[in-house]
Design a protein around this ligand. Structure first.
Ligand code: CP3
Length: 368
């Protein structure tokens, strides 16, 4: 069965598809493919996280990596968040950095510091030492996806994910988050063969990792290029684009749509769309319609509420949500989301309220 075509027909109606009978999973996947939907699908980046009481409870007893590695826990965290918010898609609970371990790099999450890679990649020799034959060690993620898929069946879309080659390489080289990406850009500019070898190895591992996720039941794969906004357009084209494009195409050949997301990407959107990704994630810094124009209307877009607007009073929040929905103008291929992840301290009820605003929105009523 082609997992991208889950259109549901209403057994009570022989006339036409009853809009209410479109399941959320189908609505989400259809929007990724720019097919018409009854309403705009919605989910949130980092919808399972510390802002949510249930997640904080689980975190009292387990580290982040423990949750990821115990499929029952990872599945529960994924399901709880999606059900509590009333969204159309569930993103598997995992982390961008998990593939580093089977490649031979140890890392940990230090409280308040974010991820730390103990022996970052700095030389051609370090790149040579990285392994590409142990992607099967990441199987715990696909086991969790299987559990989420058997829970939701077709009711919700299931999103698998991985980092983009550039963003993952920058973590491996910097050893954690970075302000200026000096080590990354040094390797990139000074040792192109080592840089290319590194991206090649990452693409090999991620392709296998995504294959496991798709076979386990992921309907869509999102590729996070969170730090790609650190690159100029020229450097993106010269040093990051080709590897991203190869990964996008490899995943699409598995039969699922790809969402390609980055932050601070206003100048990169056209080039990102050239990877062939089905959906481009938009950050909040420009209006949705301007971002969509840069991407081109032959692609779907996802976004783009500023996550910090979730701290605003409901009236302001509603204005911003409606502005985005009106800006999409009913064109097929919009998935409502934030421009980046939910941050700790965000009021859960505001996230729920946004999900409801999107579910209830009717374009014709909204136009005065
Ligand atoms: O619902 C979900 O989206 C949760 C699943 C998820 C996590 N990480 C769990 C997590 C996803 C999709 C990610 C992806 C991820 N991880 C990205 C790309 C998304 C983005 O924000 O651009 C990145 C850059 C990472 C790397 C990472 N993981 C960082 C920089 C941090 C520290 C930030 C912080 O808030 O401390 C993490 C930790 C992390 N990964 C948390 C969660 C819920 C929070 C920390 C915790 O629970 O201790």
């Amino acid at each position: 069965m082609n997992s991208t075509d889950k259109t549901v027909t209403n057994p009570q109606s022989t006339v036409e598809l009853n809009a209410d009978s479109i399941l959320a999973g189908s609505r989400f996947v259809r929007a990724c493919l720019r097919k018409p939907v009854d309403r705009t699908p919605v989910w949130f980046l980092r919808q399972a996280g510390r802002y949510m009481q249930e997640y904080r409870e689980v975190r009292k007893h387990h580290t982040l990596v423990e949750i990821c590695k115990q499929p029952q826990l990872a599945a529960e965290v994924t399901i709880t968040a999606a059900e509590k918010l009333g969204v159309d898609a569930a993103i598997i609970f995992a982390d961008l950095l998990l593939p580093l371990e089977p490649m031979g790099l140890d890392f940990e999450f230090q409280a308040g510091e974010g991820p730390v890679v103990h022996r970052p990649v700095r030389t051609a020799e370090d790149v040579r030492a990285l392994r590409t034959d142990r992607a099967s060690d990441l199987e715990y993620v696909s086991v969790a996806i299987q559990k989420v898929a058997s829970h939701f069946r077709d009711r919700l879309g299931i999103i698998g994910f991985c980092g983009a080659p550039y963003t993952l390489a920058s973590y491996m080289i910097e050893g954690g988050g970075s302000r200026n990406y000096i080590f990354t850009k040094q390797l990139m500019y000074q040792n192109a063969p080592a840089w290319n070898a590194l991206l090649d190895k990452i693409v090999i591992v991620l392709t296998e990792y995504c294959r496991q996720q798709v076979q386990a039941g992921a309907d869509v794969i999102q590729i996070f290029d969170s730090w790609v906004g650190s690159l100029s357009l020229t450097d993106y084209r010269d040093y990051a684009f080709a590897a991203s494009k190869r990964l996008v195409r490899a995943v699409q050949e598995m039969g699922v749509p790809v969402i390609y997301f980055g932050v601070d990407t206003a100048g990169l959107l056209g080039a990102m769309a050239e990877t062939g990704a089905d959906v481009i994630g938009l950050d909040w810094r420009q209006p949705l319609n301007e971002g969509w124009a840069s991407v081109g209307h032959t692609r779907a877009v996802q976004g783009n509420l500023d996550p910090i607007t979730l701290f605003a009073p409901l009236e302001i929040l509603e204005m911003r949500v409606k502005e985005i929905l009106r800006s999409a103008a009913g064109r097929p291929g919009h998935i409502f989301n934030l421009g980046h992840g939910i941050v700790p301290g965000t009021p859960v009820e505001n996230v729920q309220a946004v999900a409801k605003m999107v579910r209830d929105f009717k374009l014709e009523n909204a136009i005065a």
